[in-house]
Write a protein that binds this ligand. Sequence first.
Ligand SMILES: NC(=O)c1ccc[n+]([C@@H]2O[C@H](COP(=O)([O-])OP(=O)(O)OC[C@H]3O[C@@H](n4cnc5c(N)ncnc54)[C@H](O)[C@@H]3O)[C@@H](O)[C@H]2O)c1
Length: 324
Amino acid sequence: MPQRPLSVRSRRMVTAVKAANGTGLPIDLRGKKAFIAGVADDMGFGWAIAKCLAEAGAEISLGVWVPALNIFETSLRRGKFDENRMLSNGQLMEFAHVYPMDAVFDTLEDVPKDVLENKRYAGNEGWTVSEVAEKAAKDSGKVDIVVHSLANGPEVQKPLLETSRRGYLAAMSASSYSFVSMMQRFGPFMNEGGAAITLTYVAADRVIPGYGGGMSSAKAALESDTKVLAYEAGRKYGVRVNTISAGPLGSRAAKAIGFIDDMIRYSYENSPVQKELHAAEIGAVAAFLTSPLASAVTGQTIYVDNGLSIMGLAGDSKTLDRHA
Ligand SMILES: NC(=O)c1ccc[n+]([C@@H]2O[C@H](COP(=O)([O-])OP(=O)(O)OC[C@H]3O[C@@H](n4cnc5c(N)ncnc54)[C@H](O)[C@@H]3O)[C@@H](O)[C@H]2O)c1
């Protein structure tokens, strides 16, 4: 499969966001504050979204999974992400605040003793969803943009027929309820006209063998919750809620599933737009969806997948060979 260097293409995408500022139809997020949960390196969708929102002028704060915080902060400090932090104005993307966060716990009372005493959590405090929301509001005032770019399914490699109740519920807790919790806790601290987005996957409503452990169920719940929360948070806080259904990306989380390289190849061979998908393309759509340009878009699942989801036939199927 032909490969283009990611950094060049990423730069072109974010430049597209930047170029809009000041000319024509702008994606202008200057003066907006964004909180992005689910960034632990510079390879995933959360980072790419942070970068596009920063290009458009937003102030970025992060919620980083507690066990990943130390390595993230060390890498950041040592300049490991600097190449990918570079904005088109020549400055490095800065983070106003980086908070430890574990999105499977809503309040301190919910945290079991073994987690509190776990050495990966020791030394950090205030990382449950409600505590992070309160800290963010105290530090930054109201936020305009909330991004949920996280998921976890401990049994993702098991077919649903072999998934335990515990594994299924853990996938739902980390990957779906975590967003409900974030909207409950961040909603009161969001400015009217604000927007929230999550990341979903086509396995929510099409069967993708290999995406197991209840993760397909969790994404289906996330898409349904996007609609209900769009209604409830729209009425209560005046904010919009959308989800981006992204095509395959070789992020850290996706590599843990085990078949991401095959999915990327499959997508390349069978999508209407035949090219590799880049995280910055999801970032650009996130910037649009969270901007006033999308002021009438809410409750939607937006596919950003080179069009793969519209296909009903795999063009590279061996079954079709006899017609070649
Ligand atoms: N990579 C893909 O092919 C793909 C496709 C469609 C959708 N998505 C979705 O995109 C989102 C981001 O994933 P990604 O692929 O960019 O991988 P990623 O590894 O960059 O992001 C996942 C993040 O979730 C964090 N996380 C896990 N459990 C957490 C918890 N309990 N509390 C707080 N943070 C937690 C991890 O630390 C990590 O930073 C996920 O919702 C994923 O399902 C990914």
